[in-house]
Design a protein around this ligand. Structure first.
Ligand SMILES: Cc1cc2nc3c(=O)[nH]c(=O)nc-3n(C[C@H](O)[C@H](O)[C@H](O)COP(=O)(O)OP(=O)(O)OC[C@H]3O[C@@H](n4cnc5c(N)ncnc54)[C@H](O)[C@@H]3O)c2cc1C
Ligand code: FES
Length: 315
């Protein structure tokens, strides 16, 4: 087994498990905490031979010198991290902050929308807008009550909070796009909507605001490799232009994004991803680190692969 403690690395000071697939890690990195801006992300390597994966900076605390990541275990690397990244261990590599920071000044009224795992990355924006004097309406969407996290944290940074669940077990029954319609009905002066979540959800949010011509920003999550604009892996279609999400984004105008192309590209390596997960799960079983030790629900992760961000159906 790989020792997550090996090397200097970046120490994990705290961890919280929100569900059997979603967990947060608070990492000691004073320089990163000082440099981070809302909307930016890091590239993480959990161990020396680990894959480089992009994760959004879900929170940063300059006084304590920490950054917080919220991760959904969807495949080999994120499930491996779920197992290895315990309090007191270290991350081998943490590069960033990357991406163009989200503009959070000069707005009077904004709506910050997070769906499922997207709730975490929208938090720094909501807080940033509030600190800059905007009236902030938060809309959080989850599939069901048990998956809700950070609602209290949002209450402190939002003037209004609309909680939506797909099954109606908490807040209003419906999708975040229904929450947006409610917010628009109550406020005719919204400057901007910012939405983060699964592509299908962001697409629905953009469609909800389009008839009202409200500027809508979405944060795209294409597959990234280097994160520095060199490989072209994160190419996205925005109107008639091709952009690289890692250096030109990840925020883009939701009314111009080609979501169908994004969704198609996200599925491109599904076979390889499944093969990597199968190999890793087999290795876990052979070393008595059964997948159930990771999920706690007895579900074989090689079979059960949710989409990243999938904690709400979106739409
Ligand atoms: C800018 C950005 C910010 C992100 N922020 C977060 C976050 O805060 N928390 C979080 O849990 N996830 C986040 N993601 C997605 C996360 O990077 C992937 O879920 C992760 O790389 C999957 O790796 P895996 O080996 O566990 O799964 P894999 O088996 O490799 O893939 C499972 C799924 O993840 C997608 N994926 C695979 N590799 C990447 C990649 N390098 N970049 C994007 N998607 C990928 C695939 O389409 C596939 O559907 C973000 C992605 C981007 C681009
Ligand atoms: S990740 Fe390589 S160009 Fe963006």
């Amino acid at each position: 087994m790989i020792d997550a403690n090996a090397g200097a690395g970046f120490k994990i000071l705290a961890r919280e498990d929100f569900s059997n697939v979603t967990y947060s890690l608070v990492i000691h990195h004073p320089l990163m905490a000082r440099a981070a801006r809302p909307g930016q992300f890091v590239i993480v390597m959990s161990h020396e031979s680990g894959e480089r994966i992009p994760l959004t900076i879900a929170d940063f605390d300059r006084a304590n010198g920490t950054v917080t990541l919220v991760v959904q275990a969807v495949g080999k690397s994120t499930k491996e991290m779920q197992q290895l990244c315990q309090v007191g261990t270290t991350l081998y590599g943490l590069v960033g902050p990357m991406g163009v920071p989200s503009p959070i000044t000069g707005k009077k009224k904004v709506v910050c929308v997070g769906g499922g795992l997207g709730v975490a990355p929208i938090f720094p924006q909501a807080r940033g807008f509030k600190e800059n004097g905007a009236y902030v309406i938060g809309i959080l969407g989850f599939r069901t009550k048990n998956l809700i996290f950070w609602a209290e944290k949002f209450k402190a940074s939002c003037d209004e909070l609309i909680l939506c669940t797909d099954d109606g077990s908490a807040g209003m029954k419906g999708f975040v796009s229904d929450g947006i319609k409610l917010a628009i009905a109550g406020h005719s002066d919204i400057d901007e909507v910012i939405a983060i979540g699964p592509p299908i959800m962001m697409k629905a949010c953009a469609e909800a605001t389009r008839p009202h011509a409200i500027k809508t920003i979405v944060s795209l999550n294409p597959i990234m490799v280097d994160g520095t604009g060199m490989c072209g892996g994160c190419r996205v279609k925005i109107g008639d232009q091709v952009k690289f999400a890692c250096v030109d984004g990840p925020d883009f105008d939701g009314h111009k994004v080609d979501f169908n192309d994004l969704m198609m590209r996200l599925k491109r390596y599904a076979e390889e991803e499944k093969a990597a997960l199968d190999r890793w799960s087999k290795h876990c079983r052979m070393t008595n680190l059964g997948p159930s030790a990771l999920n706690g629900d007895g579900v074989d992760p090689a079979v059960d692969m949710p989409d990243p961000f999938e904690e709400t159906l979106g739409g």
